[in-house]
Design a protein around this ligand. Structure first.
Ligand code: IDP
Ligand code: MG
Length: 137
C-alpha cells in the first residue's frame, strides 16, 4: 500500500465539483485516510509548488491556488501514486485521456481541477506540508 497527496483545487470547489470528484475517487478503490477544506496561504502555495519557481506561470499558479478554498486529501491504495496520476490525466485537460478527472472537470492547463503527487518523494513531502499526523486515519 502506498499513499498519495490529492487536492481538489479552487476552480473545482467553486464549481461544486467536490462530491463528483470524490465519488470517482471512492469508486476507483482509493481509501480516503485524511481530508480537509482549507484556503491555501501564499507561503504554503509557494512551498508546495517550489519545483516550478522559475517557470513563467509560477505567479499565476500561486495566485490561482490561493484564490479560494481547496480540499486536501490523503489517499491510500495499491500502487496509489501511479494509479491516481492515471485517473487524474494530463496536466492540460485538452490533452487528457477521455474519462479522466481532468477531462471531466478541468477547464484549461491553469484550472485543471485537481493535483496529485507525481512520485513517492513528492507524496511524502506534500502530505507532511498539508497534514499533521493526528489528522490521518
Ligand atoms: P501536474 O499538476 O500535472 O503535476 P505540473 O507540471 O507539476 O503538472 O504543474 C503544476 C501545475 O501548474 C499544473 O497542475 C497547472 O495547474 C499549473 N501549470 C502547469 N503548466 C502551466 C502553464 O503552462 N500555464 C499555467 N499553469 C500551468
Ligand atoms: Mg506536478
Amino acid at each position: 500500500m502506498d499513499k498519495s497527496f490529492f487536492m481538489i483545487k479552487p476552480d473545482a470547489v467553486a464549481e461544486n465539483n467536490i462530491g463528483g470528484i470524490i465519488a470517482i475517487i471512492e469508486k476507483s478503490n482509493f481509501k480516503i485516510i485524511a481530508l480537509k477544506m482549507l484556503l491555501v496561504e501564499t507561503k504554503l502555495a509557494k512551498e508546495h509548488y517550489k519545483e516550478h519557481i522559475n517557470k513563467p506561470f509560477f505567479k499565476e499558479l500561486v495566485e490561482f491556488i490561493t484564490s479560494g478554498p481547496s480540499v486536501a486529501i490523503i489517499l491510500e491504495g495499491q500502487d496509489c501514486i501511479k494509479n491516481l496520476r492515471d485517473l487524474v490525466g494530463n496536466t492540460n485537460p485538452a490533452k487528457a485521456v477521455q474519462g479522466t478527472i481532468r477531462t471531466k472537470f478541468g477547464v484549461d492547463v491553469g484550472r485543471n481541477a485537481v493535483h496529485a503527487s507525481d512520485s513517492s518523494e513528492a507524496a511524502i513531502r506534500e502530505i507532511d506540508l498539508f497534514f499533521n499526523t493526528s489528522e490521518i486515519y
